[in-house]
Ligand binder design. Structure first.
Ligand SMILES: Nc1nc2c(c(=O)[nH]1)N[C@H]1C(S)=C(S)[C@@H](COP(=O)(O)OP(=O)(O)OC[C@H]3O[C@@H](n4cnc5c(=O)[nH]c(N)nc54)[C@H](O)[C@@H]3O)O[C@H]1N2
Ligand SMILES: Nc1nc2c(c(=O)[nH]1)N[C@H]1C(S)=C(S)[C@@H](COP(=O)(O)OP(=O)(O)OC[C@H]3O[C@@H](n4cnc5c(=O)[nH]c(N)nc54)[C@H](O)[C@@H]3O)O[C@H]1N2
Ligand code: SF4
Ligand SMILES: [Mo]
Length: 582
C-alpha cells in the first residue's frame, strides 16, 4: 500500500491510498479526505492517456520527440518562443520547466484563467489570500455560499456544512439553494452592489464591530463615506436584491460566527478584484476575521509562506489574451488553451499560425489536435511531487509509485533540456521537495501542515504593509450591453475543466419554451456558435449556462483581461439567442 495526494486543480487535495493494482482509495483517517474520492479519481485509469509521443500525427519514441524539440529550440530565436503552463496538475514540481525556459529566454505567459482577479482584491485588503479549511468552517454558525458550489467543486466541505444556517447567493439554483435558509438568486455581476448594500444597512443599524475596526483596520471612514454616498435605491437596483431580503441576511448573521465561502462566480468580470474587496470589507466591518469559525475563504494562495525554487526573472506576456500566432515555437504544458482560454476562435487561429506547437500533457484534447509535436507526460503516480492545497492546511507528498518508460516527468524533460543547452544541473527532485516543505511546515497530530495555520487565519495580523485590514473606497464598473442573456460558465461534476467527461449542452431557462435537443445560435456581436439545448429549471430567465470543458464553452467568451490580477473574465459578455430553423 502506498500513500499519495490528488494532483488535480481542486480545493480538496485528497489523500489517497494506492494498492498494488493501482486502485485509488481515499484515506479514511485523513481529516479532510475521510475515505472519499470523487468521480475523477475513482475513474482515473479509465480515461485514455497519450501513450506515445508523436510528430505530425506519426508515432515516434520519446527520445526522438526530445531531439525534435531540442533542434527546434536550438534553431529558433528565443524571443520568438513562448512557454505556457496550464493547471492540469497542481504539484509544486510542475513549474520546474519554467526554469529552463527562463534561462533560454522565452516569453512566459503570466496571469490566470482562474482566480487571480478575486485574489488581487483580497491581497489589496488582507495582504495574503489564506484558505478557510473545512476544519475552520466547522466552527461557524452561519455559512454564506457566495458564488461557490461545493457539491460540485469542493465536496469535502460538505460534511461540515451539515446543521448550519446556510445562505446561498448564486444566479443558479444550485443544490444548496434547496436546503438554504435564504437563497438569493442574484443577477449576475450584482454581487458588489449587494455587498455594499449589506454594509450600508449594517452601518445604519450600528452592527459594525467598533473594537475590531479600531484595532485591526485602516480606512474605515473612507469606506463609510464611499458607501453612504451611493443612493440605496441604486444599490437595490444594481444588485436586484430588495431591502427586505437584505435585512433578512443581516438578521441571520447578526452576532453569529459567519464563514463566507466565495467562489469564482463573483469575479469573472473586469472589476472582479473589487467584488472580493467589497465582500471582504463587509466581513471586516462586522469583525469577522481572525476568529473561530469566521472569515472569508476563496481559492487561496496554496504556496503562501513556502519557498518557490523555480521562480525566475522572465519576460512575461499576458496569459488570457496571449497571441500564439506571433511565435515560432509555442510550448504548452498541462493545459488545454484551445478549449479553456477565452475567445477560442482567436486562440485556435493563433495556434494554427504559430510556427511550431508542442503539447506536453496527459490526455489528447483540442490543443493536442493542433500541435506539431506531442510529448506524453508522466502521471502523478509516475513521478515525485508535492501538493500544497488551496482549500486547507494539509501538505501532501506525491511519491513515484510506478514506472512509465514512454513518458517524461517535468523534472526529466527540464534536466534534458538544461543539459542540451549546457545551462546547469538540477538538484535531486526530493531535495527541491524537501526544501519547499521545510520552508513553512510543522506537524499537527502527526500530519504535515502549513505553519501559517498554527493560528487561525489573520488571528494575529493581516499581511498588508500596515499589518491592518484595508477597506476599499472606489471601484469601476461600466459594463453595458443591449444583448438579452448573461452567459454563465460553471464547473461540472464529471469534468475537471476539460479533463474527463465533458458536458455537451447549452443549458437554457424553461421560460424560453425550447425543446431539449433543439438547436440554437448564440451571438456576441463578434462571433456566433450553434449549440444543442437542454432545459434547466435552475436558471433565471436572463441566464444561459455552459459548463467548463464543453467543446465550445469559450467561442463567445471575451478576449479581455481583468482590471487587476491579469485574469480571464469569462462572464464580461452578454449574448443573443436565435432558434435555428428546422
Ligand atoms: N467537479 C469539478 N470540481 C472542480 C472543477 C471542475 O471543473 N469540476 N474545477 C476546479 C477549479 S479549476 C476551480 S477554480 C474551482 C472553482 O470552484 P467554484 O468557484 O465553486 O466554481 P464555479 O462553478 O466556477 O462557480 C461557482 C458558482 O458561481 C456562480 N456564479 C456565476 N456567476 C455569478 C455571479 O455573478 N454572482 C454570483 N454570486 N455567483 C455566480 C455559478 O452559478 C456557480 O454556482 O473548482 C475546482 N473544482
Ligand atoms: N468557459 C470557461 N472557461 C474556463 C473556466 C470556466 O469556468 N469556464 N475555468 C477556468 C479555470 S478556473 C481554469 S483553472 C482553467 C483550466 O484550464 P486548463 O489548465 O487548460 O485545464 P484542463 O482543461 O483541466 O487541462 C489540463 C491538461 O493538463 C494535462 N495534464 C494533467 N496532468 C498533467 C501532468 O501531470 N503533466 C502534464 N504535463 N500535463 C498534465 C491534461 O492532459 C489536460 O489536458 O480553465 C479556465 N477556463
Ligand atoms: S475531490 Fe478534488 S482532490 Fe479529491 S479526488 Fe476529487 S479532484 Fe481530487
Ligand atoms: Mo480554476
Amino acid at each position: 500500500m502506498f500513500k499519495t495526494t490528488c494532483p488535480l486543480d481542486c480545493f480538496d487535495g485528497c489523500s489517497i491510498e494506492v494498492d498494488e493494482n493501482l486502485k485509488l482509495k481515499g484515506e479514511k483517517s485523513h481529516p479532510i479526505t475521510q475515505g472519499y474520492l470523487c468521480h475523477h479519481l475513482t475513474n482515473y485509469h479509465k480515461f485514455p492517456r497519450v501513450q506515445k509521443a508523436s510528430y505530425n500525427a506519426k508515432q515516434i519514441s520519446k527520445e526522438e520527440a526530445f531531439e525534435i524539440l531540442k533542434e527546434k529550440l536550438k534553431s529558433s530565436n528565443p524571443q520568438k518562443t513562448l512557454y505556457f503552463k496550464g493547471s492540469g496538475n497542481l504539484g509544486s514540481m510542475q513549474s520546474i520547466t519554467r526554469k529552463f525556459f527562463a534561462l533560454y529566454g522565452s516569453d512566459v505567459a503570466k496571469g490566470s484563467l482562474c482566480e487571480d482577479a478575486g485574489a488581487a482584491g483580497i491581497e489589496e485588503g488582507r495582504g495574503a489570500n489564506l484558505a478557510l479549511s473545512p476544519l475552520h468552517v466547522k466552527d461557524a454558525e452561519v455559512v454564506i455560499l457566495w458564488g461557490r458550489n461545493p457539491s460540485v467543486t469542493n465536496s469535502h466541505m460538505l460534511p461540515v456544512l451539515k446543521g448550519k444556517k446556510i445562505i446561498v447567493i448564486d444566479p443558479v439554483k444550485i443544490d444548496f439553494a434547496h436546503k438554504a435558509d435564504i437563497f438569493i438568486q442574484i443577477r449576475p455581476r450584482g454581487d458588489i452592489y449587494l455587498a455594499m448594500l449589506l454594509a450600508r444597512i449594517a452601518y445604519m443599524e450600528e452592527m459594525e464591530d467598533k473594537e475590531f475596526i479600531e484595532q485591526r483596520c485602516e480606512n474605515f471612514d473612507y469606506f463609510c463615506d464611499f458607501i453612504n454616498a451611493i443612493p440605496i435605491q441604486k444599490l437595490v437596483e444594481k444588485s436586484g436584491v430588495d431591502l427586505v431580503k437584505a435585512g433578512e441576511i443581516l438578521s441571520l448573521i447578526r452576532g453569529k460566527k459567519v464563514s463566507f465561502l466565495v467562489g469564482l462566480g463573483v469575479q469573472k468580470y473586469a472589476h472582479g478584484h473589487s467584488v472580493l474587496r467589497a465582500i471582504d470589507s463587509l466581513a471586516a466591518m462586522l469583525g469577522l476575521f481572525g476568529k473561530e469559525g469566521c472569515g472569508v475563504g476563496y481559492i487561496a494562495d496554496s504556496g503562501f509562506g513556502f519557498s518557490s525554487p523555480f521562480k525566475a526573472k522572465v519576460k512575461s506576456v499576458l496569459l488570457p489574451t496571449v497571441d500564439f500566432g506571433k511565435y515560432d515555437v509555442v510550448f504548452i504544458q498541462g493545459g488545454n488553451p484551445a478549449n479553456q482560454m477565452p475567445c477560442t476562435p482567436k486562440v485556435k487561429e493563433g495556434l494554427k499560425k504559430a510556427g511550431f506547437v508542442v503539447y506536453f500533457g496527459l490526455h489528447e484534447n483540442e490543443t493536442s489536435k493542433l500541435a506539431d509535436l506531442i510529448i506524453p507526460a508522466k502521471s502523478f503516480l509516475e513521478k515525485e511531487d508535492l501538493k500544497l492545497s488551496y482549500g486547507h492546511e494539509y501538505i501532501g507528498y506525491m511519491p513515484k509509485i510506478v514506472e512509465n518508460s514512454e513518458a517524461f516527468s517535468e523534472y526529466e524533460l527540464t534536466q534534458k533540456l538544461l543539459d542540451a543547452f549546457s545551462f546547469e544541473t538540477l538538484k535531486e527532485e526530493k531535495e527541491y521537495i524537501q526544501e519547499i516543505v521545510n520552508s513553512n511546515s510543522t506537524q499537527r497530530d502527526g500530519r504535515l501542515i502549513s505553519k501559517t495555520f498554527m493560528q487561525l487565519p489573520y488571528e494575529k495580523e493581516f499581511y498588508t504593509s500596515s499589518g491592518k485590514f484595508e477597506f476599499f473606497d472606489d471601484f469601476y464598473d461600466d459594463f453595458e450591453s443591449e444583448k438579452a442573456f448573461f452567459l454563465l460558465s460553471t464547473k461540472w461534476n464529471k469534468s475537471l475543466n476539460s479533463q474527463f467527461i465533458t458536458d455537451e449542452f447549452l443549458h437554457v431557462p424553461l421560460s424560453l419554451g425550447l425543446e431539449d435537443g433543439s438547436l440554437v445560435t448564440l451571438d456576441n456581436g463578434e462571433y456566433s456558435c450553434k449549440f444543442v439545448v437542454k432545459n434547466d429549471e435552475r436558471l433565471r430567465d436572463d441566464c444561459l449556462l455552459l459548463h467548463s470543458g464543453h467543446k465550445d464553452a469559450n467561442v463567445l467568451t471575451p478576449h479581455l483581461v481583468s482590471q487587476e490580477g491579469d485574469c480571464a473574465i469569462f462572464q464580461e459578455i452578454k449574448v443573443d439567442l436565435k432558434v435555428c430553423d428546422g
